[in-house]
Write a protein that binds this ligand. Sequence first.
Ligand SMILES: Cc1cc2nc3c(=O)[nH]c(=O)nc-3n(C[C@H](O)[C@H](O)[C@H](O)COP(=O)(O)OP(=O)(O)OC[C@H]3O[C@@H](n4cnc5c(N)ncnc54)[C@H](O)[C@@H]3O)c2cc1C
Length: 434
Amino acid sequence: MGLQKHYDIAVIGSGIMGSSLAYFLSSFSNSKTILIEQTREIASHTSSRNTGKVHAPFLYNPLEKRLFSKAAFLGFDMLNDYCIQKSLPFKQDGVLEVATYDKGIDNLQKYLEWGYSNGLKKEELRFLWKDEVSRIEPNVRCMCAIYCSKDASVEYGSIARHLAEDSRKFGCHVSVETKVKRIKYRNNNIVIQTNKGAISVDYLINAAGGGAIDIAHNMGVANTYADLHFRGEYWHAPQEYHNLTKTSIYSVPKYPEYPFLDPHWIIRVDGRCEIGPNAVPVLSPYAYNWSDNLKGFQKIFEFTHTGIRKLLLDKQFLSLAGNELKSSFSKTMMINRVKEFLPQLKPSLFIQKGVSGIRSSLIDKSGKFVSDTMIVNKNNSLHVLNYNSPGATGALPMAAMIVDQLIRNGILSHDHTQNKSLWDIKKIADQMSV
Ligand SMILES: Cc1cc2nc3c(=O)[nH]c(=O)nc-3n(C[C@H](O)[C@H](O)[C@H](O)COP(=O)(O)OP(=O)(O)OC[C@H]3O[C@@H](n4cnc5c(N)ncnc54)[C@H](O)[C@@H]3O)c2cc1C
């Protein structure tokens, strides 16, 4: 189907966020909606290139990461419901967060409190001393850990593709291979210039992931923020390691204010094991290899941004970024980061790289990484910015909250009796705002 000249609402980006938005927008509204995606496949970028975990919200400070914490908490049940409906895999396999150094113990205590404040129950999140860990996971070496049973594994790319397909069935126009080039205001409408021609819309939602800040800047939004991109790389573990642990193992992040978490031991939903991701600074949201990275060279001109300049003078940031770069070139260095808690691992046995994914983090004027997601409304547009981990976990509740706001503000015509979605979005939105 070709593009029509006018739509009531456009969503840019068909990742897990854009697809969730299109799903709710079209599930009980007769507004004319379009989901615009630049690539041929739905959700082919970050949403299909992540760790695939449904993260329980114990790593997130409820005061600083309010939206992410709420959304991650509610996302678990919603993803479970949707995967059951579509017969998609959803494996509640739990996670162990281990401390290998003294200060890590204090952090684990803090995570317990955050987890309980964010809604996890005592029986779902437990502190374990070294001996208890050894009984559960004899191959893991650590000082102590927390075990969370309410963590799961899924395949977010398939979930997003089903959501986009449902949206299409509910009446949304899903337009792939349609790249948004420029956006302008004309009279009361927004005109979106794409490679397939121009369309006008009454309202625009920007869910373009790694491209979101460029679209926001094009519309005069969030001008004081810039973004930096970090490639998360993975290594497949050989078959002989597939029964090394029962759960995925994460280690306490040493520098949570930066996007550099230490790589984890991951058990995927299909049972494959991997190590990753690191966070290698790259020049574009699509720099999956070093030659694609060169294509993003214009990014260097953005280094004049006040915040990025400050960050580039931050010695700790530079040293950590340097280590991440080294772990991109040296497999041994990457595997050794996980060997700290799984001492059996032999780097020489890892021979195949996994699929890498890129996170785009916002930097403010002071040179600090923005911690929570930012939802910015301006002139008939809404922008989902800094949408990083646990973004995939929280996409459904976050989208329900946004669509509910549009209804409350009279932007979206709706008929609740026609609700074709699995959920009562008003109830979800109310839970998000508590
Ligand atoms: C390495 C890594 C591991 C992660 N692990 C987890 C995890 O285990 N659990 C979890 O919850 N979260 C995880 N995350 C975070 C999660 O993957 C993201 O928060 C989420 O996928 C972001 O979804 P999105 O829809 O915003 O972006 P995307 O999936 O990137 O989708 C954005 C879409 O917009 C399209 N687009 C961009 N510009 C344009 C344009 N101009 N015109 C048209 N289309 C455009 C892109 O092609 C893309 O398809 C991880 C992230 C990374 C990088």
